[in-house]
Design a protein around this ligand. Structure first.
Ligand code: SF4
Ligand code: SF4
Length: 197
């Protein structure tokens, strides 16, 4: 009987304690974050998904060489001083978010971002291309077009100057090497006059 009463009291007491905690939180502001509509602030030094300032990148491979798991690859073609970008990828199947690729970058253009939500159904989609646009960037296209136009204009001006230049005088036949002068040759062609009596 004593045990029975003790169990009843224990049940009542735990219910009272639990309900008192519930009552304490009932009138406080809710702390639940409605992710993904709401997000908690992320620290400045958080190492999330990288982002690249493509216009500053000089295609030097320093970041790729520094990566301990060899997960950065890039492909571009140099067009004069501009870069025609094909790809700049990071394989997040391998990346360990160590930030070692960031420090050696001479142009300070690759960074660890704050984005962390990277959910895919296929592991192949974890190879992320960081390029914001492929090919030449619009300013690079403009500079390239300007340089091409200047080159063409220079070539056209050079061609026009060449066409306008006076023709070099023709060289008169040399009397010593090319035979007698024209007057002499003409005279030699005439028949000799008969002697006067
Ligand atoms: S964070 Fe580390 S593992 Fe990831 S790409 Fe950079 S160097 Fe490689
Ligand atoms: S180190 Fe920097 S500049 Fe060089 S390829 Fe990587 S991101 Fe571009």
């Amino acid at each position: 009987m004593v045990t029975y009463l003790r169990n009843v009291w224990s049940g009542l007491w735990t219910t009272i304690v639990g309900m008192s905690i519930t009552a304490r939180y009932l009138f406080r502001r809710p702390v639940t974050v409605q992710y993904p509509d709401e997000k908690l602030p992320i620290s400045d030094r958080y190492r999330g998904i990288h982002y690249l300032e493509q216009d500053k990148c000089i295609y030097c491979f320093q970041c790729a060489r520094a990566c301990p798991v060899d997960c950065i690859s890039m492909e571009a073609t140099r067009v004069g001083k501009e870069l025609d970008w094909k790809a700049f990828t990071i394989d997040y199947n391998k990346c360990i978010f160590c930030e070692l690729c960031v420090y050696p970058c001479p142009a300070d253009c690759i960074h660890m971002g704050k984005e962390f939500a990277f959910v895919v159904y296929d592991r192949r989609e974890l190879v992320l291309d960081l390029l914001s646009e492929k090919g030449l960037s619009p300013p690079a296209k403009e500079r390239h077009a300007k340089a091409e136009a200047e080159k063409k204009a220079k070539a056209a001006a050079a061609a026009a100057a060449k066409a306008a230049a006076p023709a070099p005088p023709k060289q008169a036949p040399d009397s010593k090497e090319g035979g007698p002068p024209a007057a002499e040759a003409e005279a030699s062609m005439k028949e000799p006059e008969p002697p006067k009596t």
